[in-house]
Design a protein around this ligand. Structure first.
Ligand SMILES: Cc1ncc(COP(=O)(O)O)c(C=O)c1O
Length: 316
């Protein structure tokens, strides 16, 4: 397979980013939040940004060759995004995924034309990273985007997502709330916001430990996509002020509220982010700008407990 000499970037890549910001009004709580709609990216998650930035950089700087194979370990969203961007750039893509990741994610990755390799994580998120490192050592055709340690991940959110947020919010930002997987979103947006608004509280949403087993791989708990039990390298120098713990139950409840009261079909981590942001906003003066992210779409979770609702449809 030959990688194309790109005169222009593939059309789908031009609709990544520049996502809308909407106001969520919680009248019962007397609080308004600002939510950035990352589910509007073409594969339905914030991870399209990372895939575009890292793979275009590698493509344009000679790090990818016509016979390169992009190899990423991902519990889902990154794998789907890497599969889409890698394939439209003309490369082979192999995604390593824990066997416990949802069936929807596996299907989307295969549908985009990528190869999928499943592994048993046995509760360790590092397993897939170790396998991908070993594969890359043994075969130089593999190119590793290394989402967990690549500084381009933070850079893209600082100068992409972060600057978009600053241009979309009128007046000072009082708080920014986000979960973290690699930490790229939280570190990058946090840096951009702190530079302009030094008093802004940068808050990490984290699944509460009572619900989760520390060290599990990020796809194996209720709030899929966000990590627990470890601090990712990319967060080490991030400007973090607070940590807000959210239980799987509260995340699920808020996600269903977003579906039913707001018509926003988003995934569980979006509900967790909103639950954490509501908590922060309720402690701040009325009218303070509190910003959070709606990370991905609900369709990715059909086979998970999020959709286990009693009394589904009526029979005639
Ligand atoms: C589904 C999902 N994807 C991605 C992210 C952000 O990931 P990262 O820290 O890797 O930028 C989050 C964080 O809340 C998330 O919930």
């Amino acid at each position: 397979m030959t990688a194309p000499q790109l005169q222009t970037i593939p059309a789908v890549l031009s609709v990544i980013g520049d996502t809308p910001m909407i106001e969520l009004s919680f009248s019962a709580e007397g609080v308004k939040l600002l939510a950035k709609c990352e589910f509007r990216n073409p594969t339905g998650s914030v991870k399209d940004r990372l895939a575009k930035h890292v793979l275009l950089h590698a493509h344009q700087n000679g790090l990818l060759h016509p016979d390169s194979i992009i190899l990423e370990c991902s519990s889902g969203n990154t794998g789907i995004a890497m599969a889409m961007v890698g394939r439209v750039l003309g490369y082979q893509v192999t995604i390593l995924m824990s066997r416990s990741a949802s069936e929807e994610r596996r299907k989307l990755i295969r549908q985009l034309g990528a190869e999928l390799i499943l592994f048993d994580s046995e509760g360790r998120y590092q397993t897939g990273i170790e396998i991908s490192n070993k594969m890359a050592q043994e075969n130089p055709r593999y190119f590793l985007p290394r989402q967990f340690e690549n500084p381009l991940n933070v850079e893209d959110h600082e100068f992409g997502t972060g600057l978009e947020i600053l241009s979309q919010v009128d007046g000072p930002i009082a708080a920014f709330v986000s979960g973290f997987g690699t930490g790229g979103t939280l570190a990058g947006c946090g840096k951009a916001i702190k530079k302009k608004w030094p008093d802004a509280l940068i808050c990490a949403m984290q699944p509460s430990s009572t619900e989760l087993m520390a060290g599990e791989c990020p796809c194996c708990h209720v709030i899929e996509g966000v990590a627990d039990g470890f601090v990712p390298k990319l967060l080490e120098d991030a400007p973090l002020d607070r940590r807000i713990l959210v239980s799987g139950l509260d995340a699920t409840r808020m996600t269903r509220r977003l579906h039913r009261e707001f018509g926003l079909l988003v995934g569980t981590s979006s509900g967790a982010n909103v639950a954490a942001a509501l908590q922060v906003a309720s402690e701040l003066p009325a009218g303070a700008n509190v910003v959070t992210l709606l990370c991905d779409r609900a369709e990715r979770y059909f086979s998970t407990p999020l959709f286990d609702l009693p009394g589904g449809e009526s029979q005639v």
